[in-house]
Design a protein around this ligand. Structure first.
Ligand SMILES: Cc1cc2nc3c(=O)[nH]c(=O)nc-3n(C[C@H](O)[C@H](O)[C@H](O)COP(=O)(O)O)c2cc1C
Length: 186
């Protein structure tokens, strides 16, 4: 028996993207973004309301995106419940914000994977903004690379947001090969 739950989608997984930026005065900031995702191999969309981060990205035309890992769930959540309008989250979090060599935005060193983006497009809708970021560099901690130099998400242990219960979950298990698991049905 199936039930109809209405129009609020139950989309899973949602990313836990930590979006970092600088303000006009050069103060670093970071926020937690679940409503975001990959558009193409080198473009990311983030959908954000009226936040300090929104002002920063409009001012600087750049941001970085670090998918949060299980080792930093406390800091990742903090970035989503405190605002840079009231507190310096970079200092309060104890994380290390360093200037990207590629874009006008900070990289948070403790997150093992970061996409460095320039703003390619800004779309307005209903008081919110969708920023399309073009990835100009991806920086990675060698600790999460495999023997062939590929990012190993099994080592990284990224977390995802489960909006039905407002919890973070870890992803990692491999259950099949892509472009492979369906072959018995060809
Ligand atoms: C799990 C989680 C996911 C979130 N996703 C989004 C999002 O996709 N878009 C958004 O505008 N705010 C989102 N937020 C809220 C912002 O992260 C929060 O308002 C934050 O304080 C903004 O920081 P800032 O004012 O320093 O930029 C999320 C918060 C949490 C905890």
């Amino acid at each position: 028996m199936r039930k109809n739950l209405g129009s609020a989608g139950e989309l899973f997984p949602q990313s836990v993207f930590i979006v970092a930026s600088y303000d006009d005065a050069g103060v670093p900031n970071a926020m937690n973004v679940a409503w975001g995702g990959e558009c193409t191999r080198n473009e990311i969309a983030i959908n954000i309301g009226d936040h300090k981060t929104t002002e920063n990205i409009l001012a600087r035309g750049a941001f970085t995106v670090a998918p949060a890992d299980a080792a930093h769930v406390m800091e990742a959540d903090y970035f989503g419940i405190a605002t840079g309008r009231k507190v310096n989250k970079a200092e309060a979090s104890g994380m290390t914000f360093v200037r990207s060599a590629f874009v006008d935005a900070p990289v948070i060193e403790e997150f093992p994977l970061t996409m460095e983006c320039i703003v390619k497009d800004v779309q307005d809708w209903g008081g919110e903004k969708r920023f399309i970021g073009e990835i100009v560099n991806t920086s990675v901690d060698e600790e999460i690379l495999d023997d062939e130099g590929r990012v190993d998400f099994g080592k990284m242990r990224p977390i995802v947001y489960d909006s039905t219960r407002r919890i973070y979950r870890v992803v990692g298990d491999v259950v099949g090969g892509a472009w492979e698991a369906g072959k018995p049905l060809l």
